[in-house]
Design a protein around this ligand. Sequence first.
Ligand code: FE2
Ligand code: FE2
Length: 149
Amino acid sequence: MEFTEKERNMLEELKSHEKLCIEKYKRHSECAADEQLKSLFNGLSEEEKEHLDSLEQISNGTVPPLSSEDKPLPVFTAKYKAVLSPEKTADMYLCSDVLSGEKHVSCLYDTAVFEFRDKNVRDFLNHIQKDEQTHGKIIYDYMAANGMY
Ligand SMILES: [Fe+2]
Ligand SMILES: [Fe+2]
């Protein structure tokens, strides 16, 4: 598959954002106080790695097959009470940070969908965008369960 210069630049930009997401979730997982949040961030880091791998494949001319499976959303139990403790404040900061990152990345995918000529690439980028929105939903659910939102 041949890409225009604009398309290639877009793929490079998306890849650099996915790398940042992978790294950020890893580091945030190490910083989080709540074990649930640690494993949540770890899992999301893995999913961002899958996004990066898919973008690499697309860059090399192959669009990966679309998986239709919708994983069930995790359910969180409240670790934090209504009062603000230093741990809660710190974990809340981590969540707000990654939530704003997901919003930003989702916008980038939205723009990218409009830039590509190939329908399969568009569909795949749209599929990743939906994943990013799901990441946002999961983080929101964690925050809501812990009185952070
Ligand atoms: Fe991603
Ligand atoms: Fe994400």
